[in-house]
Structure formats: structure tokens, C-alpha cells
Write a protein that binds this ligand. Structure first.
Ligand SMILES: Cc1cc2nc3c(=O)[nH]c(=O)nc-3n(C[C@H](O)[C@H](O)[C@H](O)COP(=O)(O)OP(=O)(O)OC[C@H]3O[C@@H](n4cnc5c(N)ncnc54)[C@H](O)[C@@H]3O)c2cc1C
Length: 296
């Protein structure tokens, strides 16, 4: 293998929460051959596999994960423009894609300025902000299956919804082709500024978090609204806190454990259910926990 293998690697180093025990092995494949080799090895030996981007939407258990974690964030970083089309490898950071599009006067992702993470993670999550979702400009996807086979999808073969894509959990996305629109530079700059100013005003960006913990429920009000109205802003469990600035962000003040965050998740679910008869559903992805661990 030409990439890197880190044995018993603490996942806290690879999540924006800064939380998470060791993975059996953490891989940075250097290319598709590496990736296929790792996947085949895992498959043949019955080792569970998890695909990570940059861990900005991820809560990992303090007990870690007894399997392989594979991230393309280090070596899958090709970004190639051909007119309005761009071929992007999954490890490219969203910020870079947004900046490169803006500098070419291409419109489609400027409202996603400030969404952390990789393009792979953004597509899997159908990341969105201020009225725009990443899937809107998508044309094609390339994945490797858990058995090591390459597959291509057209955009319309995949369902995308609110923070949802029908991409299978056992397929790792390696690259995508987007087609953006030629935009008006002033309009692009305006959308970008609105998004980044609103984000600074409303989100606790000084603290470690994984963004919004829960999806917004159907209806007019956000998950953060209900958690705030339930009086939970500022509630702490150990070093974890329901942010005083944005109630759907749970922040790590330094030494929070995964159990601290889990406690707050259960508390928010119970309180919002009791007070508003609303079921909150997790937006963040979780790894290494027993089934139904976050039920309340
Ligand atoms: C401060 C802050 C603000 C945020 N604001 C927003 C926001 O405005 N809008 C929004 O949508 N999100 C937001 N997020 C959440 C997060 O940034 C996004 O979900 C992001 O797209 C996740 O990318 P990632 O590379 O970190 O993925 P990870 O967190 O590593 O993984 C997320 C999911 O994607 C899967 N995945 C990752 N890479 C691949 C791949 N190559 N192939 C297959 N599956 C893969 C993982 O298995 C996991 O299920 C925010 C997070 C933070 C910390």
C-alpha cells in the first residue's frame, strides 16, 4: 500500500468534536488500488468498515470502533475544471471547491461557504445551507463497493432529500462531476456574504462541535427553536453543553466524552417530546455505539 495505515488510532484526532476512542485501524489510501486492497482485506476477514471524510458530522464512541476507518481526505484531492464542469475527488474540502467556483464566476455552491468537511461527506449527507444543497449541481458519481468494485452513477439514479442521499453505506464515493452555472459575480458575492455573516452571527464557531445535532422537523420551526423553547440552552453534561448561541449545536468545552454528548441528546429528545410532541431525529452520524443507544 502506498498510503498510510495508523493502528489503534484515536478517532478524537479525526472528528471536529475531538471525541472518540481508537479505531482498529485508520487508513489514508493514496489511490484507488490502495482502496480496493483495503476493502478486499476487510471483506475477506469480516472486518467492519466505516468511511469517514473529515469527521465534521460525526460522534464516535469513547470505546472506539473495532473496524477499519477509511478516509480519502488526505490523498483524493484532485479538482479539475473543464468549462462549467468540474471533476472533484472526494477528499477535496468544501471550502476549496466553493472558493475555486467563486473565482471562476461559477454559481451553485456559494451559499455553502463555511460548511466544513469534504466533498464526499457533503454529497453523502446532501449538505445544504441557506437554501442550497450540494446535490443540485451534481451530474455523476464514482464509487467503490465494499467488495472492491468500481461503479458509476448518474445523478438521477440517486435519491437526495433533506440531509439524505440514497448512497449505500457500503459504497465509498471517490469522485463526482458537477456542472455549475455561469453566475453574476456581484450576485455570487452577495449570496456568499449573506451565508458567511449569518453563520458567524448564529453559530458557536469558537467551540468544537459537529454542527446541527438534529434534523429540523417538518413544519415551520427548527430543531434549535424547540430545544431553545424547552429551556435547554446552556445545559451541561460534563464538558459538553447545549450551546447558548445555537441550541441545535452541542459544543465540547475541551474534555467532553461521547457519553456527555449522548446524555444531552437524550435529554433534548425527551424534553422536546414532552413539551411539544415532536420527535427529534439525529442529523449527526454515530459510530461505535450499541444499537438504540441514543433512544430516549
Ligand atoms: C461548525 C459546523 C457547521 C456545519 N454547518 C453545516 C451546514 O450548514 N450544512 C450542513 O449540511 N452541514 C453542516 N455541518 C455538518 C458537516 O460539516 C457536513 O455534514 C459535512 O458535509 C460532513 O463532511 P465530512 O467530510 O466531515 O463527513 P464526515 O463527518 O466524516 O461523515 C459524514 C457522513 O458521510 C459519510 N462519508 C464521508 N465521506 C464519504 C465518502 N467518501 N464516501 C461515502 N460516505 C462518506 C460518512 O460515512 C458519514 O456517514 C456543520 C458542521 C460543523 C462542525
Amino acid at each position: 500500500m502506498n498510503g498510510e495505515l495508523l493502528m489503534h488510532e484515536p478517532m478524537a484526532k479525526h472528528t471536529t468534536y475531538g471525541i472518540g476512542g481508537p479505531a482498529l485501524a485508520y487508513f489514508h489510501p493514496a489511490n484507488t488500488d490502495d482502496l480496493v486492497l483495503i476493502l478486499k482485506t476487510a471483506h475477506e476477514n469480516g472486518i467492519p468498515v466505516f468511511f469517514a471524510g473529515s469527521g465534521s458530522n460525526l460522534l464516535v464512541s469513547d470505546d472506539g470502533f473495532d473496524g477499519f476507518v477509511i478516509s480519502l481526505a488526505k490523498y483524493f484531492r484532485k479538482l479539475e475544471f473543464i468549462g462549467k464542469q468540474v471533476l472533484v475527488e472526494s477528499g477535496v474540502m468544501m471550502g476549496r471547491l466553493v472558493r475555486e467556483c467563486i473565482s471562476r464566476k461559477l454559481s451553485g455552491v456559494e451559499s455553502l461557504i463555511g460548511v466544513p468537511g469534504t466533498v464526499g461527506g457533503a454529497i453523502k449527507m446532501n449538505a445544504g445551507a441557506y437554501g442550497h444543497e450540494i446535490s443540485k449541481s451534481l451530474e455523476k458519481l464514482k464509487v467503490v463497493t465494499v467488495t472492491g468494485d468500481l461503479k458509476e452513477y448518474d445523478r438521477d439514479e440517486i435519491d437526495f432529500g433533506y440531509r439524505y442521499s440514497s448512497l449505500q453505506d457500503d459504497e465509498i464515493l471517490i469522485s463526482a462531476i458537477f456542472e455549475f452555472e455561469e453566475g453574476i459575480p456581484e450576485k455570487i458575492q452577495e449570496l456568499k456574504s449573506i451565508a458567511s455573516e449569518s453563520r458567524k452571527e448564529s453559530q458557536p464557531l469558537k467551540f468544537r462541535s459537529a454542527g446541527s445535532v438534529f434534523k429540523n422537523p417538518e413544519g415551520a420551526n427548527s430543531a434549535g427553536y424547540y430545544i431553545d423553547q424547552a429551556g435547554l440552552k446552556g445545559t451541561r453534561s460534563g464538558d459538553a453543553e447545549i450551546s447558548t448561541k445555537h441550541a441545535n449545536f452541542f459544543v465540547n468545552h475541551g474534555g467532553a466524552s461521547s457519553e456527555d454528548i449522548a446524555e444531552l441528546i437524550r435529554l433534548a429528545k425527551i424534553t422536546v417530546r414532552e413539551q411539544f410532541n415532536i420527535e427529534l431525529e439525529l442529523e449527526i452520524k454515530t459510530l461505535g455505539f450499541p444499537p438504540r443507544y441514543f433512544d430516549a
